[in-house]
Design a binder for this molecule. Structure first.
Ligand SMILES: Cc1ncc(COP(=O)(O)O)c(C=O)c1O
Length: 390
C-alpha cells in the first residue's frame, strides 16, 4: 500500500487527524467528484434525466453489481438503501411474526439494528432477548448465545462489528448455530464493510445490512441490504410507491413487485449518491481489503501498547485478539468520554466519545488504514498529557 498516495486522495486527512471512520468516513476525492459531476449533469441537462433516463438507471445497476461483487453476492440479491436501519426495517417488517416469537439481539447493538425489535414487540408481541457480548473469546459469545436459544427463537440479530469497541462477532459460527435451531441470522455490517473482506455466502448468514458511509468511505446516506435469494419471495415489501415493480396497473391498482432486491426500492431518490458509493467501493478495493485489515490491526496494537504504558488510562478494546478490529476503546479515570473527545478535538484529533464497561465513558479510536503511525503516537501523547493533568 502506498500510504502517502492513498492519503493524498482523501482531502480531510490534511486538515486533521481523523480517527472517526466509525462515525462517518472521510470520502476520497473521487467519491465527491462523482457526486459533483452528476449533480452538475442533473443541473445542466435537466433533472428529469436523473429520474427517467436509461443512463442513470444503468449507473444504479452498475453500482448494484459492484456491491454484489464486493460481498460475494448476486446483483439480484442487493437492495440499495439509505442506511443500515432501512435494511433492518425491510427485513423486520417483512417477516411474518407470531406473538411469542423470539429475536436474540446484542446489548451493544446500535439503534439502527435494534429499534425494530422494540416496535415489533409492541405491534406483534415478539420477544426481544438480550445477549451480552463477552470479550473473552468467540467461544464465550457462542456459548452465551446457545443458552438463549429456545424453540421460539426465529432470528439472531447482531452487529458484525460493534460500534463501541469494534468487537467482531464469530459470524459464521453464529449462522451455523441459528440454522441448527431453525432460526436465521441478520448482521449489521455498518462497522464491518471496508474494514476486512466480506463474503456473505462464506459467512452463511441470511440477511446483511450496512450503511456504506463509514469505513467504506461512501457518501453519507448510502447503504445496501443483502438477503439470500430464496428469502426474497418471503419478505414482502412494507414501504411501496413508484418503482420496484414489474408493472403497476393504474386502472385496477394491481401491483406486481420485481422478484429481485430492487422491489424494496421505491419513491424519489437522489441517484448521484449511488454511483458515488460505487466509486468508494472501487477506491477501497484498489487499496485491498486484506492489506487494509492487516494495517488496522498493526495500528491498533501500536496504540494499545502506547496506552498500556499510561497510568489512569483504561483500555476496553476486546480482550481477545480474535475479536478485535480497527478500533480501540479507551478511557481516562476521572475524565468523561465527552470531555476527552472535546479536548482531543481541540488538538486536531477527530473522534467520538463512547461507552465502556460498567458505566464508564471514553473515546473510540478508529484506526483505519489511512491513519499514520505518527498520528497514532501523537494521539497517545495527547491522551498521556490529558491523563497526567486530570
Ligand atoms: C453498528 C452500527 N450500525 C448502524 C449504524 C448507523 O445506522 P444507520 O446507517 O441506519 O444510520 C452505526 C453508526 O452510526 C453503527 O455503529
Amino acid at each position: 500500500m502506498n500510504l502517502l498516495a492513498v492519503r493524498e486522495q482523501i482531502p480531510a486527512l490534511s486538515a486533521c487527524t481523523y480517527l472517526n471512520a466509525g462515525g462517518i468516513g472521510p470520502s476520497p476525492k473521487i467519491v465527491t467528484d462523482t457526486l459533483i459531476r452528476l449533480a452538475l449533469e442533473v443541473s445542466e441537462n435537466g433533472p428529469d434525466g436523473m429520474a427517467f433516463s436509461r443512463e442513470e438507471f444503468t449507473r444504479a445497476q452498475e453500482t448494484r453489481a459492484k456491491v454484489a461483487r464486493f460481498i460475494g453476492a448476486h446483483p439480484d440479491e442487493i437492495t440499495l438503501v439509505r442506511s443500515t436501519a432501512e435494511g433492518f426495517d425491510i427485513v423486520g417488517h417483512g417477516l411474518r411474526w407470531q406473538a411469542g416469537d423470539e429475536v436474540i439481539f446484542a446489548g451493544d447493538d446500535h439503534p439502527a439494528a435494534r429499534a425494530i425489535w422494540a416496535i415489533l414487540a409492541r405491534r406483534h408481541g415478539i420477544r426481544p432477548v438480550r445477549l451480552e457480548l463477552r470479550d473473552d473469546s468467540p467461544e464465550a459469545i457462542l456459548e452465551d448465545t446457545r443458552k438463549l436459544i429456545t424453540s421460539r427463537t426465529r432470528l439472531i440479530s447482531v452487529s458484525h462489528v460493534t460500534s463501541e469497541n469494534g468487537l467482531r462477532v464469530p459470524a459464521r459460527e453464529l449462522a451455523d448455530l441459528a440454522h441448527a435451531h431453525g432460526a436465521r441470522l441478520i448482521l449489521d455490517g455498518c462497522q464491518a464493510v471496508g474494514q476486512f473482506p466480506i463474503d456473505v455466502h462464506e459467512i452463511g448468514c441470511d440477511f446483511y445490512a450496512a450503511g456504506t458511509y463509514k469505513w467504506l468511505l461512501g457518501p453519507f446516506g448510502t447503504g445496501f441490504l443483502w438477503m439470500r435469494r430464496d428469502l426474497l419471495p418471503e419478505i414482502e415489501p412494507s414501504w411501496v410507491g413508484a418503482g420496484g415493480t414489474v408493472s403497476f396497473d393504474p386502472e385496477t391498482g394491481r401491483w406486481d413487485p420485481l422478484p429481485s432486491g430492487e422491489k424494496y426500492e421505491f419513491g424519489a431518490r437522489y441517484w448521484p449518491v449511488v454511483p458515488a458509493m460505487g466509486a468508494a467501493i472501487d477506491f477501497v478495493s484498489a487499496v485491498g481489503l486484506e492489506a487494509i485489515a492487516a494495517r488496522s490491526r498493526q495500528l491498533v496494537e501500536r496504540m494499545r501498547e502506547r496506552l498500556g504504558e499510561l497510568r489512569g488510562v483504561i483500555d476496553f478494546t476486546p480482550r481477545c485478539a480474535a475479536l478485535r478490529t480497527g478500533m480501540v476503546g479507551a478511557a481516562i479515570e476521572g475524565v468523561g468520554g465527552k470531555e476527552l473527545a472535546e479536548r482531543l478535538r481541540a488538538r486536531g484529533i477527530h473522534l467520538r466519545a463512547n461507552r465502556g464497561p460498567n458505566g464508564l465513558t471514553g473515546v473510540r479510536l478508529c484506526l483505519a488504514f489511512f491513519v499514520t503511525e505518527d498520528e497514532v503516537d501523537r494521539t497517545a501523547d495527547a491522551i498521556a498529557e490529558i491523563a497526567t493533568k486530570r
